[in-house]
Design a protein around this ligand. Structure first.
Ligand code: FAD
Length: 381
């Protein structure tokens, strides 16, 4: 069934996750006519640990705290469930755990309050350019037209390749996530990172209010992480049954090079733009950063103050990509020799503070990369 298009919108946003929600909230607050198209008919538990630096708050004029369930003060590391390292996080770079579906809803609600239209149960199946405008078609035949499009449909987005923006060849981490009721032995305000059990990756446990998000991620190589057997060992260590919880497997796009993230009236943001940190799987901060940054440049472009959207790609390269280029090199060195990485990286007294500073954005990987890579490569020989 083909349905006729309605009025020409300023912006169509495909996907109502962290990146799309951030763009929608800012663009609608700036007075633009925004329509958000979301595939999921209702809220679902997303495979996301919800760990996020509190510093992202500075990019929003409204409070994100309704989505925050824990403030992290302590990080426990282990190697094959042993050799523990406990790190108290420095107070000046607080780390939050958000309930992910609540964060997405909060952003969508802010956008709606500011005037955006938000439609669910819309699976976008085509995005194409017609003279000066974009046309977006849903699987059920509905169509919309706009001056600009924000591609924010996450790690399985086909549009970057089809439209020639973002990464042509994607690199993914394979992940498994579990949401559990009850906290087991995990204490409030404490996160756990386990290295050693996971080949070329790590496992994490992040506390929620009355629950835990557990994840297993494998970042390089053939990614034969065998997450079920990792969980069978890790869950009892955290006070749960080895087969507890519903498991969700996924492929998470990770950063794999500098790419143009804009085209003619179109930008790609978040996981669709392959922004996720290839070392620590941090994807929420770049999703929010890119959504906010894209909104700012689209605002200028829609008002005729900017000729094109190249400045968006440049800004993301400077604010995020330059650090990820080093993060990628660190990931390649660390995950090839994770035992060495654990002994020489994680067990260093300064490591937890550095990790907290990187996750908060206070430091980039470039600030520590030379020393870390040299240490990992020299000690191996
Ligand atoms: C197991 C796991 C744990 C993680 N833990 C963390 C963590 O603790 N901290 C962190 O910073 N990052 C974490 N990440 C990464 C983080 O979840 C992602 O980087 C983040 O979700 C990216 O947000 P996004 O808005 O780009 O994409 P998404 O959140 O995936 O949103 C995309 C939206 O688009 C919709 N959509 C998809 N296709 C269509 C379509 N055709 N039409 C319309 N809508 C569509 C989807 O339904 C979805 O709502 C984790 C990832 C995984 C897999």
């Amino acid at each position: 069934m083909n349905q006729s298009t309605d009025r020409l919108r300023d912006v169509l946003i495909i996907g109502s996750g962290a990146a799309g929600g951030a763009a929608a909230a800012h663009l609608s607050a700036a007075g633009h006519d925004v329509l958000v198209l979301e595939r999921d008919p209702e809220e679902r538990i997303k495979p996301c640990g919800g760990g996020m630096a509190a510093s992202v708050q500075q990019w929003f004029p409204f409070s994100l705290e309704p989505a925050v369930e824990q403030v992290i003060r302590r990080v426990d590391f282990s190697w094959c469930l042993e050799d523990p390292v406990v790190a108290e996080l420095p107070g000046e770079a607080p780390f939050w755990i958000v309930r992910r579906e609540r964060l997405d809803r909060l952003l969508a609600e802010q956008a709606i309050q500011a005037g955006a239209e938000h439609m669910v149960d819309v699976e976008v199946s085509d995005v194409s350019r017609h003279s000066d405008n974009w046309e977006v078609t849903a699987k059920d035949g509905r169509r919309w037209r706009s001056r600009a499009v924000v591609i924010a449909d996450g790690s399985s987005s086909p549009w970057p390749q089809q439209l020639g923006i973002g990464a042509r060849k994607v690199q993914t981490a394979s992940t498994m996530s579990v949401r559990l009721e009850g906290q087991g032995t995990l204490e409030d305000g404490t996160t756990r990172f386990e290295f050693g059990l996971v080949k070329q990756g790590f496992a994490w446990a992040f506390p929620l209010a009355g629950g835990v998000n557990i994840g297993v991620g494998s970042f390089i190589g053939n990614q034969d992480a065998d997450p079920e057997s990792v969980l069978a060992k890790l869950l009892p260590d955290l006070g749960f049954e080895p087969d507890a919880g519903m498991r969700q497997r996924g492929q998470l796009r990770v950063w794999n090079g500098h790419h143009r993230l804009d085209g003619d009236g179109i930008v790609v943001v978040g996981d669709a733009a392959s922004l996720c940190d290839p070392f620590l799987a941090e994807g929420l901060r770049p999703a929010l950063m890119s959504g906010c940054e894209a909104a700012q440049h689209l605002d200028g472009w829609l008002k005729g103050e900017q000729r094109d959207l190249r400045a968006y790609s440049r800004a993301m390269r400077m604010r995020w990509g330059d650090s990820m280029a080093w993060g990628r090199r660190i990931a390649q060195a660390f995950y090839r020799f994770p035992g060495v990485g654990y002994q020489l990286g994680i067990k260093r007294p300064t490591a937890p503070r550095r990790i907290a500073q990187i996750l908060s954005g206070e430091m980039g990987y470039g600030d520590i990369a030379q020393r870390v890579i040299k240490r990992l490569l020299l000690q191996r020989g």
